[in-house]
Design a protein around this ligand. Sequence first.
Ligand code: T68
Length: 827
Amino acid sequence: SGVTSAMDLNQAWADLKPAERENDPAHLKTEILAKLAYAVGKDPVVANSSDWLTATILVVRDHIVDRWMASTRENYRAEKKRVYYLSLEFLIGRLFRDAMNNLELTSGITQALSELDVDIDFIRELEPDAALGNGGLGRLAACFMESMATVGVPAYGYGIRYDNGLFRQAIEDGAQVEYPENWLAFGDPWEFPRREAAYTIGFGGSVEVTKDWDGATTSSWKPQETVMATAYDTPVVGWRGEKVNTLRLWRARPTSPIKLDLFNSGDHMGALSESNRAKSISRVLYPADSSEAGQELRLRQEFFFTSASLQDILRRHLQQYDTLDNLADKVAVQMNDTHPALAVAELMRLLVDQHNLKWDEAWTKTQAVLSYTNHTLLPEALETWPVNLVERMLPRHMQIIYTINARLLTDVKTAGHSEEILEKVSLIDEHGGRRVRMGNLSFVGAHKVNGVAGLHSDLMKVTVFKELHQVFPDRITNKTNGVTPRRWLMQANPGLTQLLRDTIGDGFMDNTEKLRDLEPFAQNPAFRAKFAAVKLENKTRLAHLIHERTGVKVDPTAMFDIQVKRMHEYKRQHLNILETIALYNAIRANPHKNWAPRVKVFAGKAAASYWQAKSIIRLINDVGNVVNNDSAVRDLLKVVFIPNYNVSAAEVIMPAADLSEQISTAGLEASGTGNMKFGLSGALTIGTLDGANVEMLEHVGADNIKIFGMTAQEVEALRIKGYNPRATIEGIPALKEVLDGIASGIFSPSDKNRYAGLVDSLWNSDHFLVAADFEAYTAAQREMDALWHDQDAWMTKAVLNTARMGWFSSDRTIREYAQEIWNVPTV
Ligand code: T68
């Protein structure tokens, strides 16, 4: 090999432009080798794949750190307003490819590694998937963090550094089994522990009231138990690496690790119990989405991270400005759902009890600083806590909530509102055991309250927040969700990204609205062929993953019809699988008709205690078992359930879809974000007029999306009129045949009663109106079959979906929050 002199190397290096210098493979190679030796402690000849990954991540991290410090320094110098995103969930997934892409180091690092005989695609897969979230809400927080860095909003994400993220799902004998997920097993190379950033968090105890010389009273909380919150920081780098923000996650530690007196007296367990009680707060993510956990530990988590974050925010503000007068000019706090709702009471406590502000002044500031995002209208998902639990755990906060409530009710009464309205806006629900309504607390403590799609925001005004909206008509605003195009287009779909760059140039990479330039190419056969080739390549990749994880071989040229998301009855995976069974029956009855070959793909986790959702998972697997082994259907139909759906799986799945299933009961899916990821990669959507599907219809046009079924209005009207599922099912022979088949054990011959509960609930209540939408759904699917046979028409629509999805970038969403809620500039 040619040995270059050090002087030559130095000269070549000096000749490079700064950006090229960073991406220079030779230099990156040196950096990786140095990390391998000095940070990982390995000689290249013995290093394993994980060692190479760690070394490379540490190199990428180094490239972030200078920019991180520069960003932080500049925000401080320019006295910029900071945005704090409080979220109990951040579903970030892997960071390696994301960071590399945003720093534009991908080509340099790929080459450097290849010269070192390391396959980047192999080591990339070794990074654990940080699953500190359940689903859409947590993934939205992650997309927002990346977009805030991209559009130049100085921001901190605040959450909990769970030891165990969302469980790993295995499918055993067709059923979901949960295993702990240990993302920290080998440490997290991205994070920086901040031993100095630690706060005391109190629980329980009592409130002491002291009278001042002038008769004014001061309250002071004397907690009975304290826990330490310590910070771990992860840098979040925006597109093109220009700005870097911070994700700060709190870990719970005992204030005193061990009670030595107890230990010495022989009570070894007792000596550690307090320590375990403290640590348990950041031990595990609650795995239930869209349902209330209702447990004490959950409330402890909520207060723990909210209090630590607010203490940190006030400390940072005071350190810079030495006054709280300008707090609302320099600080915006976004509450992601009601999980951080205690921020309303905690900020009031800190301002009034610790910083001696007058109540009214503190209240004005609190409202000006806080804002709140609602993610669901499902009544069972709206958080409420028993008053006696809050009183016992947070006595001072309960007093503050009572005071806020008393003032609120006085104001509302004075304004002339009725008793009925008073009862609904109250922070306390008095029906059957008194409970604190966290939604109302958040609404009242915030200056803006937003829904996550147009329909959802409209429905908020007439359902959960009807009365509060009457009293505060300017507070509710809409901010339709978005997804980051860096992860969901550039990284997940490199083939399409390259094709787009070759076709319309690079503009779309900085502004996704420029994807519109693609529209004329939808009519261009040569372009459509290339577009179809990319899709086929992505489908082949997914086919491999399916084979690897399920053992089922699928044909990449068949239509990939995909529904991936959390398992929930309102999302109606059962509508999909019932229609699939009907299709199976029809194929068997008429095997030589011109069917469109389909692969039905499902994936998603069910909350461990959600029996009905688990039953649907099992049915999908049982149906797959029968259908996939039935020679009569040949390759016309395959049904697969991919286990352990997570961000990394989504990155393979989204780009490979021909058809995206978004079929929730209208009015129940607040927005959906998977719908956007699919659309961006050119999938056609079959969906109800729900959530952001409504806006997708507006953007892509009615010709390019298949909308079916009842509207939210029709759903409401049907419920009022009285829905009769039995009569509905009796009137649809194909559906009745499907349900009778399931009930007779066709798909579960060893356990004929397995689906009795599921089938009975459809006959007797069918709360999510599966039967009512069944025929419309079937008809829509047959239209998709017909369209599939006309591949030119299909691909034209697919191209137009990609071309018209630019608006759904989370950059657009974040700019709207910045302008209309946070009052911060964007670049
Ligand atoms: C989702 N909500 C909405 N909740 O269902 C979805 N809930 O329509 C929307 O697109 C998304 O939020 C983003 O706005 C959730 O994901 C939860 O995960 C959750 C977790 C804990 C408690 C309640």
